[in-house]
Write a protein that binds this ligand. Structure first.
Ligand code: IMP
Ligand code: MG
Length: 206
């Protein structure tokens, strides 16, 4: 099923609160739009995983809000674990991915749902999937809140997608820029000058 593109709809707030307006140019997906789409995803997942030994593996840190909202509407027994993938580590080349937190639960013969905030180039998801597959789960399905297909370099798509978005740098609802903005309750577009004037690169845990 094709995920919806975010669109303006009646009754949803599209105004960026004054507090953020300097850095966040607009609301791309409102709180209300997120809430209703996340419920739909929960229902689809619930239907597909019924009767299975389900383990949800979530990527730190951007999934915090999405994950919390997603799982509260999945009425199935499930286990939850986290993995950390970071794009830079001390002494490693920029762009190289390293694991900053390993899985604790045994996923062998279980049905795994891998959750991330956004599928962008696809490198993070590809890296995490390779690792998961080596642990021999029965099945792996992937779920992302956002899909930004314009920048994809890996041949990968997710099984459950909240919204397909254009090539903007987005923040909020867990997504960060330099570890900030994760607490915004909506997904907003960061003003270009904010990321273009930041000097140096920030180590980013996805
Ligand atoms: P990928 O490896 O390029 O697919 O990107 C995955 C990670 O990059 C995501 O888990 C995010 O943490 C981060 N990322 C990619 N695009 C954005 C964005 O627009 N805003 C915030 N984080 C992003
Ligand atoms: Mg992430």
């Amino acid at each position: 099923m094709k995920p919806p593109a975010p669109s303006a709809s009646a009754g949803t707030s599209r105004r960026v609160p004054l507090r953020w307006r300097d850095e966040v140019g607009g609301v791309l997906i409102s709180e209300q739009q997120i809430a209703s789409r996340v419920r739909q995803l929960s229902r689809l997942i619930e239907r597909d995983f019924r009767g299975r030994e389900m383990v949800i593996v979530s990527l730190l840190t951007g999934t915090i809000m999405f994950l919390a909202d997603l799982i509260r509407h999945i009425s199935l027994p499930l286990r939850l674990d986290f993995i950390g993938v970071s794009s830079y580590g001390a002494g490693t080349k920029p762009g190289e991915l390293i694991f900053t937190k390993e899985l604790r639960l045994d996923v062998r013969a279980r049905d795994v749902l891998l959750v991330d905030d956004i599928l962008d180039t696809g490198r993070t998801m590809t890296h995490a999937l390779k690792k998961l597959r080596s642990l021999k789960p029965r099945r792996i399905r992937t779920c992302v809140l956002l899909d930004k297909p314009a920048r994809r370099v890996k041949k990968i798509s997710a099984d459950y997608v909240g919204f397909e978005i254009p090539d903007h740098f987005v923040v909020g609802y867990g997504l960060d820029f330099g570890e900030r903005f994760r607490n915004l309750p909506f997904v907003g577009v960061l003003r270009r000058r904010v990321y273009e004037t930041t000097v140096g690169s920030v180590s980013r845990q996805t």
